[in-house]
Design a protein around this ligand. Structure first.
Ligand SMILES: C[S@@+](CC[C@H](N)C(=O)[O-])C[C@H]1O[C@@H](n2cnc3c(N)ncnc32)[C@H](O)[C@@H]1O
Length: 208
């Protein structure tokens, strides 16, 4: 890793805060801030976290849902276990339809909330990264449409760019309220932004 990058990371406020507060990632504060503002995860909820490794958003979700809720994390990479009976993790690709089946088998009932911070490895080639991020956001939308209860909520990472409007149109077909959220913990220079979609309208195929 470049020395300058390591130095910058150590100076970063959210990186240090995450270390102090024992969160597995600085990304935790993006979810905390968004939930504090929009209240889309509640105690007792069932939350599915897509692209969940190393587990910062799982920790935050578990804190909110408490003992009565349930959290399931999915990632290509193995997630180090979290020691709660109501937190589960699986290794899988969210683009693979069999992952949806595995998620549904593990959930006690349909999910109340899907959160997705899923992200490809960044190449630095803007158009390529935007395209891959939007492909993953579409895979998140498809998964959410298969596992959410009616009225459920979605919070998903996207990259700003020319494919975003088409994605927002797709999301609006399935959710009653859709807005863009840029948490303070998301670096201002990053193209990353989050789509918050409230009130899932019911089961349908996002490809139709
Ligand atoms: C920014 S990290 C998520 C950080 C997480 N929210 C946290 O707080 O710890 C993005 C994750 O997306 C995962 N990912 C990328 N493509 C994926 C895919 N097709 N299916 C599942 N996970 C994927 C990566 O392995 C990576 O762990």
């Amino acid at each position: 890793m470049p020395k300058e990058w390591i130095k910058r990371r150590k100076r970063d406020y959210y990186y240090r805060k995450a270390k102090e507060e024992k969160y597995r990632s600085r990304a935790s504060y993006k979810l905390i801030e968004a939930v504090e503002r929009y209240n889309f995860i509640r105690p007792g909820d069932i939350v599915v976290d897509l692209g969940a490794a190393p587990g910062g958003w799982i920790q935050v979700s578990r804190e909110i849902v408490g003992e009565r809720g349930f959290v399931l994390g999915v990632d290509l990479n193995e997630i180090k276990p979290l020691n709660y009976p109501n937190v589960h993790t699986i290794t899988g690709d969210i683009r693979d339809p069999s992952t949806i089946q595995r998620v549904l088998m593990l959930l006690p009932r349909l999910a109340d909330v899907v959160v997705s911070d899923v992200s490809p490895n960044i190449s630095g080639i803007w158009e390529y990264d935007h395209g891959r991020q939007m492909e993953l956001a579409q895979a998140t939308l498809k998964t959410a449409a298969s596992i959410l209860r009616k009225g459920g909520n979605l919070f998903v990472k996207v990259f700003q760019g020319d494919m975003l409007n088409a994605f927002l149109r797709d999301v609006k077909r399935f959710f009653s309220v859709v807005r863009l959220v840029k948490p303070k913990a998301s670096r201002p220079e990053s193209a990353e932004i989050y789509v918050l979609a409230l009130g899932y309208k019911g089961r349908a195929n996002p490809e139709n």
